[in-house]
Design a protein around this ligand. Sequence first.
Ligand SMILES: Nc1ncnc2c1ncn2[C@@H]1O[C@H](COP(=O)(O)OP(=O)(O)OP(=O)(O)O)[C@@H](O)[C@H]1O
Ligand SMILES: [Mg+2]
Length: 332
Amino acid sequence: MTALLDVREVRVEFPIRRGLFQKPRILHAVDGVSFTVKRGEVLSLVGESGCGKSTLAKTLLGIHAPTSGCVTFAGKDLKELDRREIARQIQPVFQDPYSSLNPRKTVEDLIALPLDIRAQATSSQRREAVAEIMGLVGLSRRSIHAYPSQLSGGQRQRVAIARALITRPELVVCDEPTSALDVSVQAQILNLLQDLKEKFNLTYVFISHDLNVVRHFSDRVAVMYLGRVVELGDTEEVLGRSLHPYTRKLKQGVLVPDPSHRLPPPIFDGGFPDPTNPPSGCHFHPRCPDAGEACTARRPGTVRHGSSTVACHLYTGLATGHDAANEKLEDA
Ligand SMILES: Nc1ncnc2c1ncn2[C@@H]1O[C@H](COP(=O)(O)OP(=O)(O)OP(=O)(O)O)[C@@H](O)[C@H]1O
Ligand SMILES: [Mg+2]
């Protein structure tokens, strides 16, 4: 497998103005993120609300330009590709199909939109392509002239998936594709995404709050905290032995579908910090049970550990808790 996507030191900043005469503050929504995704792989992005997952997803889709750093897709810098070329190869599936589908368009027109933008298909090619992809995503032909309001949530998400796949992209960026759906429908849509991945040899960047889904669906996981990737590696390693104290905390918030488990405690003591004024050093230090002096003073570099990488002073050797890191590995 060769790398299809290469994300290097990507930063995305937003100027935030609090008052008319105040200087804007800079919000570092994505703060120096690097990773690669191999062809055919599923990489999941996890982390609390506001940690920058969707901003990063939109950067991969060419919706946001990085403030600095570089996204390379199939060997080409995204900056050098025009929007249409990016859209042919990289497609999104968003959380809420109702708001991403124009309510005044029929299923046929919604699904054919990427073809219409390229204006290369004849009307019979268009009709055939729509019929074929509708069959593949499990939409009955009877719904071809329906409007989004006449469809169920699951059917609408199938329309969004059909539209994403009609141009046979290589990479699909799924931003919480099942969060707005009923639990019973979520599994059907996840199974569909998995089948389509095999059928079209797709690569996914997948965002979900549900670590059980992530565990089931992805090959590798990147854990984000306040715009930074704090741990990245094989799913079983990251969600199993979890090197970073944040990943461990995040896991405590997972609802295990087993009635003998009690409800988990609230994940964290403090609230999420102000992203325009993040804590010094390691952003997680005020909430970290293992934080030492180095953690308030210096941003941890990324260290390799087994098949994972982790950005935490427990593993850089700078924290007083160096032994604590070894203990963690032993407990795990
Ligand atoms: N267009 C924008 N302008 C200003 N700030 C933004 C913009 N988009 C996102 N942000 C801010 O960037 C940070 C990251 O937001 P983002 O939506 O990427 O988080 P997320 O991880 O996707 O969260 P969620 O899990 O709630 O979807 C947040 O603090 C958010 O308020
Ligand atoms: Mg989001």
